[in-house]
Structure formats: C-alpha cells, structure tokens
Design a protein around this ligand. Sequence first.
Ligand code: GRG
Length: 287
Amino acid sequence: MTFEDRLKSVAVDIDATLETYLDAKTSQIEDAMRYAVMGGKKLRGFLVMESCALHNVPREEALKAAAAIECIHAYSLVHDDLPCMDDDDLRRGKPTVHKKWDDATAVLAGDALQSLAFEILGLVDVKAKRRLGAIVSLARASGKDGMVLGQAQDIAAEAAERPLTLDEITNLQSNKTGALILWSAEAGAILGGGDPAPLSRYATALGLAFQIADDILDETGDETKAGKRLHKDEDAGKATFVSLLGLNEAQAKARALVADAIDALSLYDAQADSLRDAANFVISREH
Ligand code: GRG
C-alpha cells in the first residue's frame, strides 16, 4: 500500500469517528460542521494515530484524539476563509462554508467545531491525568500562544510597513501551522505517558517543511489539484519562504528539514516508518 493509500484509509476511519459525533442532522450548524470537517487529507489526525500507536494507546481512543485535532483544524480553516480573514471562496475543491451558507453560519460552525474538539478529547478513555494533559496542551496549541497568535501575527504582517524577515516568518508559521502539527505528533506520548521529546523534534522540523511546501505549492501548484485559490501571497505582496529564499533554496530547506525530521526518529524501529513516509509526503504533495 502506498503512503497516500494508508493516509486515505486512516482518513476514512477518522471521518467515521467524527460522524458519530455529528449524526443528529438537526440543525444547519451541524450540517455546516459536517461539511467542513469531512474530507481533507487528515494529516494531523494521521500523526495522532501514528504517535498513539508508538505509545500503545488503544486505537479506539486514538481515533477520538485524531477526530479532536481535525475539528480544531477544520474550525481554523472555516474562520480563515471568512471575508474578514483570508477571504476565500474555495476549500478542498468545494465552496467555503460562508459561501455555501453565510458568514454567521461559518462563524458558529467554527465555534462549535472548537467546542466539539474538547468534548471528544474529554471522552478519551486513558488515565485522567494524561487526558487532562492532552486537553490543556491542545488548548495552548490552538489558542493565544499558538495557532490564534500565529493568525494574528499573519494579519498584522499584511498591514506592516516592511515584509517579514526569515526569523519572523519562521516564528509566525511555528505558531500558525506548527503548533497543531506539534500537538498531533506529541499526542500519543501525552496520552500514553511516554517521552514526547523525539516526536517534538520530528514535528518541529515537519511543521516548517509543511509550511515551506505550502508556499512552494502556492507559487507552482495547480489550483484544480490543490482545491483552493493559489498565488494569493504573491498577489498580496506577502513575504513567504519562497519570496525570501527563492524557489531552489526553499526546496532545499524543505528537504533538509525532512531529513532532520527523519533523523529525530532514529530511536524508533520500523514502527515509525509511516512517520518517516509522512515526512517525505509533506514535501512531495500536490494538494
Ligand atoms: C482562524 C484562528 C484561525 C486560525 C487559522 C491554519 C490557519 C490558521 C489558517 C490556514 C491558512 C493556510 C491555508 C495555511 C497554510 C497551511 C495549511 C494549514 C494548509 C491547510 O492544511 P492541509 O493541507 O489541509 O492539511 P486539508 O484540507 O488536507 O485538511
């Protein structure tokens, strides 16, 4: 089975878990939540599943943690697509939530996805201290010191008088996209009571490589395959890894980060091969 096939198969299981929490079909908000969270690559959920497997967290419980991180990720995309943020019409090849419904529905569906994430994580059946550790760390990763901070830094950068430096953009991205990727890779150690250090190093390198790959895709990708509007950063005159480093150096940096991510896994045997494959996937993906 190729890595992409394994990723798709785990995505089906994560979607099935999500469906159990979104099966009432009683409100427009719930329809919009289901629309937003189903589909996508489920890369963060995949990292949770692999990290949990390495730390002997039962699969049923791991699926809940994977569903939780995908709820947070989906909420961030729904809000990011709003006119007051990045203003996008297309996501995963479909109209964005505020285009299919309206702005209020998108705000509320995002809010409710965030709440649902913590509800599902609170139901993970592991030792209470570990469950609490996962809840607190996800709140931190997604909030004012993590993803929300990164989004605010991104918005501030648009109005700034000069483009960001490489250090500033690295810091912004480590918050905006890196924090959720880091949590995903650490989740198994948190829930299983293991040492998160090797996976933290893996995920820090992976998160940055993911973002550089996203910038490269924005510059060179195909909108039909990406399922979203491309060339936005360039059109907005925003600094990206590609604008700061040039395409070749950005590609070389992403490759070096992937090598570092894989090196961070040297402690683990073949059980971590899927994480090694995930690292290679983030810089070869077309969507
Ligand atoms: C609104 C609080 C708030 C935060 C938004 C992550 C984010 C912060 C905005 C997304 C902007 C963006 C497109 C960033 C590039 C990296 C990224 C997160 C891409 C989308 O993630 P994928 O490729 O998407 O994993 P799928 O569709 O596969 O889930």
